[in-house]
Ligand binder design. Structure first.
Ligand code: UDP
Length: 192
């Protein structure tokens, strides 16, 4: 992979349009993919956490979420096309799911936030088959992963914060052929 190294995190250098085309194709092919969208804080925390750093660098897509990453790339003499935010990627995936009538699973955030996010999807994105959702405050005894496995979504949106969400996806992504993404605090915004 032809990636750009920013303090140990290896970023893909796509335009947002190129990235969206790749994801659209992945969804059409029903590929198993893992997207991470590191911001500068995540890059810094990965420097001191080998386990986390390896998981990030082995993801299928490592997308620069934040102008600080783009500025850092410029300063290091390896400029990148543009910032692509986790939130915009979440919205793109929701729009794709709506258009293509895909199965979606929502995981993470507080119970009332994830419920409000599910309600918004049911109200505004009627093409989506919302197969399940669960809040982000649980002991990982495998029950949530079993629920995802049973429901076999095409897209799994995981909002547990970093590095929790990346650990969860790395551990369970083989249970279900889907596009998996860690979306941080995005449901707190999406829920309205
Ligand atoms: N969160 C969660 N479970 C946890 C910790 C956090 O579901 O054990 C959720 C939290 O409610 C928020 C999201 O993870 O919606 C992101 O949290 P935070 O803002 O701390 O992380 P960041 O967006 O900076 O990665």
């Amino acid at each position: 992979k032809n990636r750009i190294d920013i303090l140990g995190t290896e970023f893909d250098n796509f335009t947002e349009k190129q990235f969206h085309e790749l994801i659209s194709t992945d969804l059409d092919n029903k590929a198993n993919k893992f997207i991470v969208t590191p911001n500068p804080e995540i890059v810094l925390s990965a420097r001191n956490n080998n386990r986390f750093s390896n998981i990030v660098n082995n993801a299928d897509y490592v997308i620069p979420d934040g102008i600080g990453i783009i500025k850092g790339a410029n300063m290091l003499g390896t400029p990148m096309h543009e910032r692509i935010t986790g939130f915009d990627t979440l919205m793109f995936l929701i729009e794709q799911a709506n258009k293509k009538h895909l199965k979606v699973y929502l995981l993470g955030a507080k119970p009332e936030v994830i419920k409000a996010s599910a309600d918004r999807i049911k109200r505004e994105f009627t093409g989506i088959d919302l197969v399940g959702y669960h809040d982000g405050y649980f002991n990982d005894n495998g029950m949530v992963a079993a629920d995802i496995e049973e429901k076999q979504p095409d897209i799994v949106l995981v909002a547990l914060g970093s590095p929790k969400q990346e650990y969860f996806i790395n551990k369970y992504r083989d249970r279900c052929t889907a596009v998996w993404i860690g979306v941080g605090g995005s449901f707190d915004v999406f829920s309205g």
